[in-house]
Structures are given as C-alpha cells and as structure tokens.
Write a protein that binds this ligand. Structure first.
Ligand code: HXC
Length: 263
C-alpha cells in the first residue's frame, strides 16, 4: 500500500464484484484527521469509485478509535484568515460526499468531532458496542465544522443534537442506535464480520440499483417531499431500461438466483 495513514484493501465479494476496505490508521493520535490522512482517504475513495468491479466501500478505524476528530495540534495555530483562505479541513470532505457507491462506516471506539462527521457523511453507520459518538468541539472553543450541526440534527433530532453539541458529552452505541444515528450495534469482536456481511450482500446486487438508491435517499435531505418523490419516480422508471431489471425480475419468476451484469 502506498498510503501511510490508511490501510486499503480490495476484498472479494459475491459474483464478479469486489468491495473496497479502508481502515484509518494513525494509531498514535487515535486516527485524528490531518491533511495527509484526508488526502489519502480522498485518493483511496476515488480509486474505488473509478473501479467498475467495486460495488461498495467499507470505512473503518481501529478497535479504540474510528477517529478522535480533526487533528487539534494541526488546527491550533490557525487564525481566521488562513483557515478561511485554505479552507481548513474542507479539503477532501467533498470527495466523500461525491462518491456515488454506498459507503458503510464501521465504527468502533471514539467517533468524535470530525470523526463523527466522517461517519455521518457515510451512507450508513454500524457500530461496535464500544463505540462512542460526540461533538466535543465546544470544549475547544470552536463549533463542529463538517456537518455536525447539520447532519446530526437530521439523524437524531434537534434536542439530542443540541444536547451533544452544547455539552460535548459522548453518546454510547446503544443510545446512538436508539436515536437513529446508527443502523446496527454488534459486539466489538464482530464489527468487521458484520461490515463484510453487508458489503457481500451489496456485491450480489446491481451496482446501478445501489447507486440509484443512494442518490434517491440522499435526495430526501436536499429536496422538498414532492421533488424527492418525483426524482425517485424518474429513477424508478429509468431502471426499467436496464438489463438488471429484466434479470432480477426474471430470476424471481424462474425461481433462481439473479446474476446481474450491472447494465
Ligand atoms: C490530535 C489527538 C486527538 C485529536 C487524541 N489525540 N485525539 N491528537 N487531535 N483530535 C492524541 C492524544 O493527544 C494522545 O497523543 C493520543 O492521541 C491518545 O489520546 P489520549 O487522550 O491519551 O487517549 P485517552 O485518554 O484514551 O482519551 C481519548 C479521547 C481524547 C477522549 C478521545 O483523546 C480526546 O478527548 N481527544 C480529543 C477529542 C476531540 O476534542 N475531538 C474534536 C476535535 S475538533 P499523545 O502524543 O499524548 O500520546 C474537530 C473539529 C472538526 O474534530 C472540524 C471539521 C472536520
């Protein structure tokens, strides 16, 4: 691997599809997000995005930390002028947003500040039972800077988002699941197997369909309901022009497993 702050693998999935596996790997700083790490993450995401044999991507950290936030040592010397001009932290965050394939966050340990924000920028979050989520920026005299005040209230509602961001407290995996931030909680030892299982499942489907679902669900956050429903219906109709729709429905009617060709 040419990377220094992340571990990257291609894992073999169902059919002829594979999935990408990215583990944040800066153990000395609990995977604190600095520019080199974010640059590598952006490059790895784009490489998987460009590979037609990749159906989806898993993003994880270590057992102790998904990521303990943006790198405080890196941020400490900034003033407004250079933070604004350099777009402090914004580099590569848009890359994560632009990936059209599903990205599954598998979170163990700390997901704080920018770490929680990276997880929330993924499409779904599964958590180990030792996961801790929080937006502790308030303690540092700043506010969340990459979606903490925007994605968190959409995920958990205003009251809990305010509670977390105003007090800086951490929320455990059970609370995060109750609140709807996290889709599943598993024992820490099973987290990677669970992520593999989800990725394997997605590898068995049409990537066209997966991308259309992601695009349409994300529309729910951008558009009023009437626009979102229209967008969904257009994509729904469009997929009837695909071979994968013929194959998926044909296979059901013939009582056999489908074999998608992603076209
Ligand atoms: C830089 C960090 C770091 C961070 C941990 N470390 N978090 N370095 N930036 N965000 C370093 C520590 O300095 C320490 O280095 C090593 O990682 C281990 O951390 P400890 O504190 O010794 O571990 P522990 O006692 O287990 O406590 C874990 C922790 C604590 C509760 C997660 O590290 C912590 O509170 N970290 C800061 C969390 C935070 O405030 N995050 C938000 C950042 S602001 P040494 O060299 O001493 O061993 C942010 C803004 C986002 O994210 C803006 C948009 C992206």
């Amino acid at each position: 691997t040419p990377y220094e702050n992340i571990l990257v693998e291609t894992r073999t999935g169902a059919g002829s599809m594979n999935y990408g596996w990215i583990a944040l790997n800066r153990p000395k700083a609990l995977n604190a997000l600095n520019d080199p790490l974010m640059d590598e993450l952006g490059a790895a995401l784009l490489a998987f995005e460009a590979d037609d044999r990749i159906a989806c991507i898993v993003l994880t950290g270590s057992e102790k930390a998904f990521a303990a936030g943006a790198d405080i040592a890196m941020m400490a010397p900034f003033n407004f002028a250079n933070a604004y001009r350099k777009g402090l932290i914004s580099r590569n965050w848009d890359t994560l947003r632009q990936v059209r394939k599903p990205v599954i966050a598998a979170v163990a340990g700390f997901a704080l500040g920018g770490g929680c924000e990276v997880a929330m920028a993924c499409d779904l979050i599964i958590a180990a039972d030792n996961a801790r989520f929080g937006q502790p920026e308030v303690k540092l005299g700043i506010i969340p800077g990459a979606g903490g005040t925007q994605r968190l209230p959409r995920a958990v509602g205003k009251s809990k988002a305010m509670d977390l961001a105003l007090t800086g407290r951490m929320m455990d995996a059970a609370e995060a699941e109750r609140a709807g931030l996290v889709s599943r909680v598993v024992p820490a030892a099973d987290l990677h197997a669970e992520a593999d299982k989800i990725a394997q499942t997605l590898c068995g489907y049409s990537t066209l369909t997966l991308m259309a679902i992601k695009e349409s669900v994300n529309r729910a956050y951008e558009a009023p309901l009437s626009e979102g429903l229209l967008f969904e219906r257009r994509l729904f109709h469009a997929l009837f022009s695909s071979n994968d729709q013929k194959e998926g429905m044909g296979a059901f009617l013939e009582k056999r497993p489908p074999s998608f060709t992603h076209d």
